[in-house]
Design a protein. Sequence first.
Length: 506
Amino acid sequence: MTINAEVPVAAARGGPVAGAGGHRQQVAEGATSADLVLPLVALGGVGVLAGYGYVRRTRRARTRTTPGVGVGVGVGVGVGIGVVSTQPPVTPLPVLERQAGAALVQADDCLRTSREELSFAEARFGAAAVEPFVRALRDAERELSAAFAIRLRYDRGVPEPKEEAARRQALAGIVGRCAEAGRRLDAEAPAFDQLRALEQEMNEALGIAETRFRELAARTGNVDATLADLHARYPAPAASTATTTVTGYVEQAKDRLVFATTHLNQARQAADLGHNGEAVRSLRAAEGAISQADVLLNDVDRLANSLAAAAELVPATLTGAESEIARATTTSPTGPLHTHLTHAHTTLAAVREELTGDRNRDHAHDPLDALRRIVQAMLPLGGARDGVLGAAAWLVTRNDVGSADGFVATHRGAVGVEARTRLAEAELLLTTDPAAADEPALEARELAEQDVRVHGNPYAGAADEHTSGVGGAVLGGILLGEDPDGGPPLTFGGPATRKRRALPPT
């Protein structure tokens, strides 16, 4: 007989019957034993089952995350507790990467818009009055710079792709830094609005914007003439590199000014009618367009000045590079630098030939491109960071970084995170290693142009697209582009306050 998993024990057999009295005594004793054994057997069975259930419950509780509510009752003796897992699904890494990229783009847009509006406030109230907002901008810039630095390392495989947990943490760091940049700007938005007080003092703000508008409108003709002179000075094939970065910029500036004059007029009319909310909205849109027109015209003038400076610097840069090659050849004539020396010789010879030929072709070559090629050829030899070569590197890179930054600023409604990340890298290197900053600057401009081509113009074909300039304003990130009229204008502040100039729903 057995009641558990122990080894069965044979039942004892009784001896011969002695007599009737003895028989009754044995029966009584047997009955008493049975009365005690059977309850103990039953109780032991219940104890074993209860212990078994307890062990199962304990094991399940250790292996599951959250105890469930399902309870199953056994017949008379067993209780089992079921467990339901409520662990949230893990967000795929590509989704986190897109979220981090979107956070970088939004934070960068907020900073750019805040700078634009801050310039109008400073023009009216002076530098001392806007100092708290300048500090907020600087704080936000530091946070965004740190976020871009994390993104740069991430793109280069730090942390390594196999370290998924660390990469998730890096992406969380990007989002957190961007959120802090936005929070810093959002915190100052109410005080900034109080300083400007546009609803109560519209006339002075309108006067400043209209003055800037008139100055830019008058300047457009001069810049147009400058660009025409560049095209004449650098005909094909040099024009393909010398002037391509600003091709169409004067027309784009005029488009922004058309948009600005329309909204300045609307702001005046709304203010006269006492519609202060509409007046402020129109003024902010006009200020954004005026700022971008200024950037576009400045880029043309900057390129003209850079080309003129480069043309004067090319001969001295060639001489300096040849001296560096002679020194490197003396110290390592057949060493590992031999291939770089050969490439540098070839590059300098080609530039000299172009320079000599230009004396008969009236500046047909692109002097900035010539300096760029010399500097890049000399980088492996370590001679492009000092002296005349260092000056050449600084001139080329400063122009290329400015070109990329201006393009992003005036087309930011379409430019994505990759171009902005390369631009952030170039801006950082410009202060530490100008010669190395040129490559990411050129890459940033190229990526930004690709983004604009893919984005296209969502307002193309609209009846008033060319007469109102709305398409250019949306492409430039002046308007959010959420409504048929282009949406609300962006303002000083972070993500939480960027739409505060939107009209209330009707």
